[in-house]
Design a protein around this ligand. Sequence first.
Ligand SMILES: Cc1cc2nc3c(=O)[nH]c(=O)nc-3n(C[C@H](O)[C@H](O)[C@H](O)COP(=O)(O)OP(=O)(O)OC[C@H]3O[C@@H](n4cnc5c(N)ncnc54)[C@H](O)[C@@H]3O)c2cc1C
Length: 319
Amino acid sequence: MATVYAFVAHSDGVLDDSAAELAAAAKKFTDAPVTAIVTGSGVDAAAAKAAELFPAVWKIDAAELAYPNAEVVRKALLNNLDAGAVVLMAHNTFGMDLAPGLAVKIGGAFVADVVDIEGADGDTLKVIRQEYGGVVSTHVTVDMSAGAVVTIRPGAVAAEEGAAAAGGAIEAKAAGDVSAKRKFIEIREPEAGDVDITKAEVLVSIGRGIEDQDNIELAHELAKAIGSQAEVACSRPIVDAKWMDASRQVGTSGKTVKPKVYLAMGISGSFQHMGGIKGGVIIAVNKNPNAPIFQVANVGIEADILEFIPELTEALGDL
Ligand SMILES: Cc1cc2nc3c(=O)[nH]c(=O)nc-3n(C[C@H](O)[C@H](O)[C@H](O)COP(=O)(O)OP(=O)(O)OC[C@H]3O[C@@H](n4cnc5c(N)ncnc54)[C@H](O)[C@@H]3O)c2cc1C
């Protein structure tokens, strides 16, 4: 099998959680050393962190790589990767942008949004993907003989499984010619919202199952009954409907949260939503017994939230 690489996401010298997950994912199909690739401008700290997870690290450090422009990063990778390379990366917004074109340029296979890796038989990689919003799993084989780019869903592969490989040697690589047609202009930070849901110990998070804007008050009353450590969060349709501020949205295009308890009320469990929950006990309440969230929740309750929430609020009020 060709060399396996893991393209590592990072910000301000801190590795994204997906880095350790990629290390674990690689171990599921190869015993060979995996090389992490860290790109950017001034990435010494991130490369050092990557060396704690991977036996080898490529550091591609150039001013042109300071901003997340997939066209530029793709060129820097192609200027360094050997023929037939197998590249893993997170299925996040940047990975979705970078991966398909990289696979085309490598001339290898492309498989997106993998949730698990079953192993490899020679040059055939066996992966699992999901269809129909997570209701159906599909088992897919990938011919890696001419190389491959595989994006892996953040949070799908447990990081601990790959934690042992450490002490990697860091090798500096030149970005080479990365001239691009696409120009990155700026990052605009969202305005601060009225609450910071990332700091809450308990989140009462509501989804489309709340049905009506007027019912949101039920979630606020429950959070109040739980106490000062609780806040109300939501899924994206609630923000899209302008029922709540975007600062309360949990997910890949919203906030990443780490509460002790996450009460998912009428939320189906899309990977874009679950990708924003990094820890804690997930208690899901949903009236559909087949809702995908029941596959990942620690506790699942089949109930109508419009009845369940007031009952729980009342019970807490009686304490
Ligand atoms: C690029 C991209 C980025 C995205 N980013 C995000 C993101 O950051 N965060 C996010 O949340 N989504 C995000 N999404 C949207 C995501 O794909 C889902 O559409 C969304 O998470 C679904 O929200 P939901 O679970 O509230 O709604 P639905 O999927 O409609 O689920 C509603 C659930 O409520 C249940 N329900 C209905 N009524 C009741 C009731 N009375 N009692 C109990 N249960 C009930 C239903 O059974 C269902 O399971 C993104 C999508 C894309 C394409």
